[in-house]
Design a protein around this ligand. Sequence first.
Ligand SMILES: [Zn+2]
Length: 388
Amino acid sequence: MIDSPMASARLMTYLKELVSIDSVNPDLVPGGAGESRIAAKLAEICAEDFALAVESSAVTPGRPNVIAHWPGSGAGQSLLLTGHMDVVGVADYRGEPFSPKVRDGRLYGRGAYDMKGGIAAILAAICILQENDFHPAGDIWLGFVCDEEYASIGTEALVQRLRPDAAILTEPTDEIISIAHRGFAWVEISTAGLAAHGSDFVHGRDAIRHMAPILERIRSLEEEVYPQIQHPLLGRSSVHASRIEGGTEWSTYPDSCTLWIEHRTLPGDSGDQIVTDWRDFIRNEKKQRQDFDATVHLKLERPPLAIEPTQAIVQALATAHTQCFDNPAPIGASFGWLDSAILVAAGIPTVIFGPKGHGAHAAEEWVDPASVERCAQVIAECCRRWCS
Ligand SMILES: [Zn+2]
């Protein structure tokens, strides 16, 4: 481990400051505070505590990214340390979401785990490096982005601005080195009916009932098809109904019904293929029952991610972990979709590594500050190796 009393002392301050700032994503929750205040705090820390050059620019009005630059002497590889500043809503949060409290070695508050702990790890890593008089040969970039919890406009803008040789995304991974996550595809299916008086069974066509074969196919994919296809790190893909809407009143046949379906995808899956499969299914159904009709639309798709464990940045982080703690970090996968898919699609080799905790998007959320400090140590050691 690198000796770093100042980083240890500052880490808890950073963590509490970040969690105490409301940064609920306003596209996810109308009226949410957004990232302006937390961006200003991060810009201040980077400029005043670390003397880094900082740019804060709005991706859309009121939704900034913060980019801090620690210039290298010019001869080394560059590295981006990145994480998102926004958090999900607090309507169902138990307790005070933005008054961080430490109990039994856990720091509680909305965003503590997802992912202000990871941002604090980045800040502490810079503190460790500066405290130990490190001078990078390659550039170190810090990228704090908006909007990961909704449409990822922050990271989309970041990859237009920066092309580092590699990136570490400090989303929470419970200290495993994560190199994969599933993607998702949102599909909307509408069935067509015919509105008629409730007693007019001759003309009335019930669009809600026509959703039955669609729901039955979801069951069969879930129970029979997807369990057969396993990815070594990610397990299987999945599909579920998210929302259904149709009908108007008791005595009228519903003329339409709309179902939202979410597919969670594995490497090799694509939204286009999923939609094609649904269209084939609907065509077959139509052959069997004349009055059946449905349309399919792909509303949003985010690709899955699978990075080779042999990639240089994965190896560098693994070596750094061994250097710090005499044991290699387990290599695994992340639970949900992450901005790493956008970084990798832009050609930036990316690895995901962050602290232990619990309760992302849940009614109670906490991060383990001791784990945040261990992550900071590993990230600092990785920077030292990568950017020398
Ligand atoms: Zn997150």
